[in-house]
Write a protein that binds this ligand. Structure first.
Ligand code: SAM
Length: 130
């Protein structure tokens, strides 16, 4: 919100995580959703969809990028991180690249930097445009 974003919704498949998010009082709506499925319907479209530390071999699958299309406005942005473990997984990255290409998403920024410094884990941040 301090950066000027005024209408923010949040999602997680863990209701405990959403309880923690609610305490921050910055979210309009919070949805319990498993991003590995597409059997949810939000009835909304967003300017930006952000998935920080969510898309990875142990969490949400690359298909998530596919499912996001339904909720993203034209010219909207998807911002997500891919940590070193994800990038080292050739099969995972093949799918990420496939869904970017198949949905005709434009990579407008890709930046590598610190993520979890205590365990020396770094991440790429991708910004895609519809
Ligand atoms: C490393 S945490 C990142 C949390 C937050 N985005 C942040 O940056 O602090 C990963 C989160 O993704 C959620 N998650 C993992 N797989 C998911 C899935 N398939 N659907 C929805 N949420 C998922 C986990 O419950 C967890 O809260």
């Amino acid at each position: 919100m301090s950066k000027g974003f005024v209408k923010i919704d949040g999602t997680d498949f863990s209701s405990k995580m959403l309880e923690k998010a609610a305490v921050k009082k910055i979210y309009q709506e919070l949805f319990v959703i498993d991003l590995n499925t597409d059997n949810y319907n939000l009835n909304k479209k967003y300017d930006i969809i952000c998935a920080a530390g969510v898309i990875s071999p142990n969490h949400a699958k690359p298909e998530t990028i596919n499912y996001f299309q339904k909720y993203l406005k034209m010219k909207g942005l998807i911002v997500f991180s891919l940590n070193d473990h994800a990038v080292e997984d050739a099969n995972f990255m093949k799918k990420i690249k496939f869904f970017i290409k198949n949905n005709k998403l434009k990579i407008i920024e890709k930046k590598y930097g610190d993520h979890l410094t205590k365990i020396q884990l770094r991440s790429w941040i991708y910004v895609l445009q519809k």
